[in-house]
Write a protein that binds this ligand. Structure first.
Ligand code: NDP
Length: 384
């Protein structure tokens, strides 16, 4: 066994232990060696050649922050149709670390000023934009102009006008655009959608969802220019998604209320919390809440002949659920691996993504309608 085969088999062993996905990249488990070896340039080039020869599509992650580093890169160890081929980062130390840790050839590493050069890189098939919300539009449009397919993190953009430009750029370049809606690949959320859309417990009579956590002062999420809004943009969007997939409908009107600002210093430009009420075409009311100062995470449905709910509902794993008939139990899956694999498969099969740009645009339109209702104090009719 040569040196690189030995490294690969060690990596496989570590992945089998499941440690890659819990972010233990720098932990020494066994005395004498780090659990992740350091790839040489030659090994990195060979790795990419091997993945390509296996027919996988190359993904470049743009913006190596918490989500890219904590979830997406580890998930790419578990994908069958795509692999981590490149990175785009403004932080040279991250470039160095990722290059060695994940085996990324130097030619596949970009910063924001060299980003457009990715156009001539045949290793990169898909660009995955994982930047702060206000930067999504620019980097998705540039990706399309570079002739690459694109996955964009949620929320797709901070305005509907930006979503339109992103969709138009991808259409013009004949490239696919998908949104990082991982919960569309989670068995608990899929079951909620099945139970709701098929009226398994009769017609829905009430739907409610909430997602909140305690946000740290000073982060970009609390800056309206970068985030587009507060907890609604960041985590409320999961509730909006859930209301649409549990009912199979798009809301037609909304009322909304901003919560009290008990910590105005922490929230100078965005809401601290917010509640809203959607009217669905069937007449059903769907009640949502999002917060940056309180923790909650649930999705509950009441129907004529029973109830069904999950909580936590929107996490990466550890979901739990129950219906009138008993507990819901599904195997743990890697949501991000499934999501990226399905996007890649959609490209291979020449079909649209299950979570396309149009869905991202719809949700940004719904987010904006909620803010309009919150500001005006009026019931806002939602235009398609
Ligand atoms: P982070 O703040 O952790 O990372 C963002 C990264 O973007 C930074 O590390 C940096 O990477 C890059 N960046 C470039 N310019 C700036 C700037 N001006 N300010 C801050 N960062 C900048 O954010 P997250 O990873 O948590 O979120 C990124 C996106 O992913 C968001 O849109 C968020 O909504 C989404 N997200 C989705 C999740 C999901 O479950 N689908 C979960 C978490 C986030 P670098 O140093 O490499 O340049």
């Amino acid at each position: 066994m040569d040196q690189s085969e030995l490294r690969n088999s060690r990596r496989k062993f570590i992945q089998a232990l499941g440690l890659a996905s819990v972010g233990l990249s720098t932990v020494s488990l066994f005395s004498g060696f780090n659990i992740f070896d350091s790839y040489t340039e030659e090994e990195s080039v060979k790795r990419v050649q091997r993945e390509k020869a296996n027919g996988k599509l190359g993904i470049a992650l743009v913006g190596l922050g918490g989500y890219a580093g904590g979830q997406l890169a580890p998930a790419l160890y578990h994908t069958s149709n795509c692999y981590l081929a490149g990175i785009v980062t403004g932080t040279p130390e991250k470039a160095e670390k990722w290059k060695k840790q994940y085996g990324i050839p130097s030619a596949n590493i970009y910063d924001y000023s060299s980003y457009e050069k990715i156009k001539s890189n045949p290793d990169i098939d898909i660009i995955y934009v994982v930047l702060p919300n206000s930067m999504h539009a620019e980097y998705v449009i540039k990706a399309a102009e570079a002739g690459k397919h694109v996955i964009c993190e949620k929320p797709m953009a901070i305005t509907v006008a930006d979503c339109d430009k992103m969709i138009a750029a991808c259409k013009k370049a004949k490239r696919n655009l998908g949104v990082g809606y991982r919960l569309n690949y989670d068995p608990y959320n899929l079951e909620m959608a099945r139970l709701g859309q098929n009226n398994v417990y009769g017609k829905l009579t009430k739907l409610s969802a909430g997602y909140g956590f305690n946000a740290q002062k000073g982060i970009w999420r609390l800056d309206k220019t970068m985030a587009g809004g507060g907890p609604l943009m960041d985590v409320g969007i999961y509730c909006i998604q859930a209301f649409c997939y549990v009912t199979g409908q798009v809301p037609i009107a909304v009322t909304a209320q901003e919560g009290p600002k008990t910590d105005p210093e922490r929230f100078p430009t965005v809401e601290q919390s917010l509640t809203w009420q959607f009217e669905m075409p069937s007449g059903l009311k769907a009640e949502g809440q999002a917060s940056y100062s309180e923790g909650f995470n649930f999705l509950k449905a009441e129907a004529e002949r029973g109830t069904f709910e999950i909580g936590p509902a929107f996490n990466y794993n550890g979901m739990r659920g129950k219906t009138t008939e008993g507990t819901l139990t599904f195997p743990t899956v890697n949501q991000q691996a499934r999501q990226m694999d399905d996007f890649s498969l959609s490209l291979m099969k020449g079909r649209l993504s299950r979570v396309p740009g149009e869905m991202g645009r719809r949700d940004v339109m719904l987010l904006q309608s909620i803010y309009e209702a919150m500001r005006s104090g009026q019931r806002i009719a939602i235009k398609g």
